[in-house]
Design a protein around this ligand. Structure first.
Ligand code: T46
Length: 137
């Protein structure tokens, strides 16, 4: 979607069950997440480098730092907002049509992504100028 803004991104609380054995978190399609989960992938052992630097035309995502922390800098072409992800029971819901940079991965960070679509290289916009055009700017 072309008209999404950074205000459409939101942090959700992921259900957690706690007892003296520790924590268990669960994400169930139709209950905890507003899209069908078609793919799961995760980033880990990230050196001191940024990842991301792209937008998705159609893909919606939920990003969770299941371990460690990472900054997701969201950009709608006009405004930017940084979300610091550092808890396995917090997820960042990202609608389609927003640019993201992923920075400051802590040592041992694991960033998991639940995605609404299967992998499609054509869904990516990797050129910021093309992204601005896509947003109508
Ligand atoms: C995103 C951030 C959080 C596949 O073959 N299948 C897949 O499902 C994915 C996600 C990637 N790949 C291949 C394509 C590239 O050759 O893995 C390689 C690295 O992917 P990419 O350069 O897109 O990695 P990031 O960190 O820039 O972005 C990834 C996701 O692609 C993207 O959707 O939001 O993680």
């Amino acid at each position: 979607m072309k008209h999404t803004t950074i205000d459409d991104c939101r942090i959700i609380d992921i259900r957690k069950y706690t007892d003296n054995r520790g924590y268990l978190s669960v994400i169930e399609e139709g209950l905890d997440i507003p899209f069908e989960i078609k793919r799961v992938y995760y980033l880990y052992l990230v050196p001191e480098a940024a990842r991301g630097a792209h937008a998705h035309k159609k893909l919606q995502q939920l990003l969770i730092a299941t371990s460690g922390s990472v900054d997701a800098i969201m950009d709608d072409g006009q405004n930017k907002k940084t979300f610091h992800l550092d808890k396995p029971w917090k997820g960042l819901l990202i609608p389609s049509g927003l640019w993201r940079d992923l920075e400051n991965f802590s040592g041992g960070a694991v960033l998991m992504c639940l995605a609404s679509e299967k992998y499609n290289a054509d869904d990516y916009i990797r050129d910021y100028k093309v992204f601005l055009k896509f947003k109508g700017q």
